[in-house]
Design a protein around this ligand. Structure first.
Ligand SMILES: [Fe+2]
Ligand SMILES: [Fe+2]
Length: 370
């Protein structure tokens, strides 16, 4: 591990970082040039090409994550100037709030966190003379037409999701681990077998709902969102430790080790809330418009029991070792490309252009090659 140049000491509040990024970059660049002379392994700016590739991949992944969370927040989060954009959808917010009355606050805070993740990574890259990934040309997907959403181009599609809920059993199994090639069963199998909205697509999806009593259809949409929140955040929980194994500099490692666990904190919160979608009084619930069913899992056995939200110890590295309570998977080989494939398979990018997939594949390939 090598020490890398640190950012110049200055105000680094996230509000000033965006504006100050260029100025901060100039100072760090000169420091980086000095370091580059001493260490030929470093590119100009003090980052190795591998570390730069990994940080660029995360900057893009966080930009995508932010785009998804922003859509959730516009309709279901607390509306304030800290995360501006939408104006809220009271019936959808009510359905989310039946999962937990603090859902709007948690959605707001998760969204706020994601903004800071990509903004920090972009500023850090800029400060080290590396161009951050720019996804603006791919903001082409439509917004929800439901009241409360901004009408702008999006990077992600939350209206045709095939949510993978195997994270649920993955963290409850005491004998399986995706790193050993195991495929864990789905908690809500129906969610993977179609294309379901995690947000209301238009005001038809909220028809018949009030801010006091959401329709069964709208509750199913909120439940879909709740399982999708956890799916996204468990992905980040694995991705950071998986790629942290490939960085060179201690500061790049520090970044990944400091952001990654916040994804786990998000995941843990969402896992608890998703549990309320598969427990009474909300479960069982079947969407009358499409047959999507959220079963009551309270008596479905240890692999499915809703309140088992602490990571069950499982096999790790080699079966000869005792089981261990761990994040899973954390295998580093092909982790970045694997994450993009996983998200693509779950419909998050449905409607995106070939150019978008090429762009993300290139970033992932470079990160995996680091
Ligand atoms: Fe994030
Ligand atoms: Fe996240």
């Amino acid at each position: 591990m090598e020490e890398s140049a640190t950012l110049p000491k200055r105000s680094t509040s996230r509000r000033t970082f965006v504006l100050g990024g260029l100025a901060a970059g100039a100072g760090a660049l000169s420091a980086g040039r000095l370091l580059a002379k001493a260490s030929p392994a470093r590119a100009a700016g003090g980052l190795t090409p591998g570390d730069a590739a990994i940080l660029r991949f995360f900057a893009a992944a966080e930009t995508l994550e932010t785009d998804a969370w922003q859509q959730y927040n516009e309709l279901g989060g607390v509306q304030d100037s800290e995360v501006p954009g939408g104006s809220g959808n009271p019936p959808y917010t009510a359905a989310l709030s039946l999962l937990d009355s603090d859902m709007p606050q948690y959605i707001h805070d998760n969204t706020d966190d994601e903004f800071t993740h990509f903004t920090f990574l972009n500023a850090y890259l800029t400060a080290h003379g590396v161009q951050p990934p720019n996804l603006d040309q791919f903001r082409t997907l439509p917004s929800s037409k439901a009241s409360g959403a901004q009408q702008i181009g999006r990077l992600t599609n939350l209206m045709q999701l095939s949510v993978d809920t195997s994270w649920w059993t993955r963290y409850r199994s005491d004998s399986q681990n995706p790193d050993f090639g195991d495929t864990l069963p789905q908690a809500v199998p129906g969610l993977l077998k179609g294309e379901f909205p995690g947000i209301p697509r238009d005001n038809n999806d909220t028809a018949g709902s009030t801010a006091k009593k959401p329709s069964t259809h709208l509750q199913a949409i909120a439940n879909t969102g709740a399982f999708h929140f956890a799916m996204i955040e468990q992905g980040g929980t694995s991705l950071y430790p998986s790629l942290a194994q490939r960085v060179t500099h201690t500061e790049a490692l520090r970044i990944l080790l400091s952001i990654g666990p916040t994804e786990a904190m998000h995941f843990q919160t969402w896992q608890d809330k998703a549990g309320n979608a598969v427990s009474p009084p909300l479960a069982p619930l079947t969407d009358p418009t499409n047959g999507l069913t959220f079963p009551d899992l309270t008596s479905a056995g240890e692999l499915l029991q809703p309140n088992l939200i602490m990571p069950e110890p499982t096999i790790f590295l080699d079966r000869k070792f005792p089981v261990c309570s761990i994040v899973r998977p954390t295998n580093t080989t092909g982790a970045a490309a694997g994450a993009i494939k996983f998200l693509t398979d779950t419909g998050l990018f449905r409607g995106q252009s070939g150019g978008f997939f090429d762009f993300m594949a290139q970033l992932a390939k470079a990160a995996d090659a680091a």
